[in-house]
Design a protein around this ligand. Structure first.
Ligand code: FES
Ligand code: FE
Length: 428
């Protein structure tokens, strides 16, 4: 049986992160990546109060479409109701708790619980109550509608929920990160999630994979196979001298920006995209300039970004757009779910190239994701020596916090931004 320990005190937690800009170092106590009581504290202080990604509106194209999702350990139903609105419900029957939706996806005007057949409309009301007379005249069905998380809001099609009714609204929560979501959403008049979910797990703490998803300098050492392939197959290579940027976007959100060597289906043609797609992609590029002006058009099309929406949504907008959630299920186990976001209506040849790039680099069996898994799991194994080697270093580029020099992707301001917000919430 798992023992639930009391949450660490503020003094104990304060020691999980040592943030010493003046002395030139930032480090994290490895216990913060191993201890189950830290995980329990994170659930209460971070996941119960943050806005968390549920899904994208395009995943529910028709009324009645639904998907089951797990967010902050809660089972949810993501459902386009018969009135056309997108709803999020807690996937638990109001009778005795059975999960109402027990399949990953479907379409229905209502769902009936498999246990005693209480039935709910997609708008949440309890519509079917077998042998209703048995409940007597005082039974009020309206008190038994499906429950939703305290807050559900959408930004540019990205639907989030929050279990804290007192949290700020979503746009306020996103703050400066909203601008980067706009750069993704503005890639075409309509964006859609391609049907299908990648789901995989790793024996490592979730924060390691958040760090990894924003890590600007592991690419060449860790993903050498991929870059060798890219050079051979496409003639592209990563130039270490290229200009990059890293930004702390406030309240834990962060981004790194790179101009990578690969083709982008929106809208950076490279020979690897094929001559047959050249005209379409260049036309998309011109359309962006016309709609947003040359500067913003260039920003949308030419720059790649890895964005963290605190605490656990990553958007890797690189050779395709990957939308990824990183969900802890214990201190040492993490589930990753990811989808790809694409231009709606793009030609089949572009779509197929996009999907190919996505799975080649970031698919669970691709040329990069297994490396990242392996690296995170290897760190977790190394933490067994944490009594002797207590701290992980996250200091790269910290001197620039004193001098005001711009940060590049190979600095670690983005990881420090995450950890500083972690520290504020877990220690408060
Ligand atoms: Fe759902 Fe009884 S638990 S009808
Ligand atoms: Fe990687």
């Amino acid at each position: 049986m798992t023992q639930i320990l009391p949450p660490p005190t503020a003094t104990e937690t304060a020691e999980y992160v040592q943030d010493r800009v003046d002395e030139g170092y930032f480090r994290v106590n490895r216990a913060a990546l191993v201890d189950e009581q830290v995980y329990e504290a994170e659930l209460r202080s971070i996941f119960d109060h943050s806005w968390l990604y549920v899904g994208h509106e395009s995943e529910l194209p028709k009324t009645g479409d639904y998907l089951s999702r797990t967010v902050a350990n809660r089972p949810l139903i993501f459902w386009r109701a018969t009135d056309g609105t997108v709803r999020v419900y807690l996937n638990t029957c109001r009778h005795r708790g059975a999960m109402l939706c027990r399949v990953p996806t479907g379409n229905a005007r209502g769902l009936s619980c498999f246990y005693h057949a209480w039935t709910y409309a997609s708008t949440g009301e309890l519509t079917g109550l077998p042998d209703a007379g048995g409940y007597g005249p005082d039974f009020d069905r309206s008190r038994f509608s499906l429950r939703s998380p305290a807050r559900v809001e959408s930004y540019r099609g990205f639907v989030f929920c929050c279990f804290d009714g007192d949290a700020p609204d979503l746009a306020t929560y996103l703050g400066r990160a909203a601008d980067y979501l706009d750069l993704v959403a503005d890639q075409s008049p309509e964006m859609e999630i391609v049907t299908g979910t990648h789901e995989y797990a790793m024996d490592a703490n979730w924060k390691l994979f958040v760090e990894n998803s924003l890590d600007g300098y592991h690419l060449l050492p860790l993903h050498r196979t991929y870059f060798d392939y890219l050079k051979e197959a496409e003639g592209s290579y990563m130039d270490p001298r290229q200009e990059t940027r890293a930004e702390d976007l406030g309240t834990g959100h962060a981004v790194i920006t790179v101009e990578g060597p690969w083709a982008r289906p929106v809208a950076r043609w490279r020979p690897a995209m094929g001559e047959e797609n050249r005209e379409y992609i260049e036309q998309q590029r011109r359309a962006l300039d016309e709609k947003f002006g040359a500067e913003r058009g260039r920003r949308i099309a030419e720059t790649d970004r890895n964005l963290l929406i605190f605490p656990n949504l990553i958007i890797n907008d690189i050779m395709g757009v990957v939308v990824r959630t990183i969900t802890p299920v214990s201190a040492g186990r993490t589930v990753v779910s990811q989808w790809t976001l694409a231009t709606k209506g793009e030609p089949e040849s572009v779509r197929s190239r996009r999907l190919d790039s996505f799975v080649t680099f970031q698919g669970p069996g691709g040329l990069a994701s297994p490396d990242d898994n392996e690296a995170c799991e290897s760190c977790q194994l190394g933490f067994a020596a944490r009594e002797e080697v207590r701290w992980s270093d996250i200091s790269r580029g910290i001197h620039k916090e004193r001098t005001g020099e711009p940060f590049v992707a190979s600095d670690e301001i983005q990881q420090r931004a995450f950890w500083r917000q972690w520290q504020r919430l877990v220690a408060s």
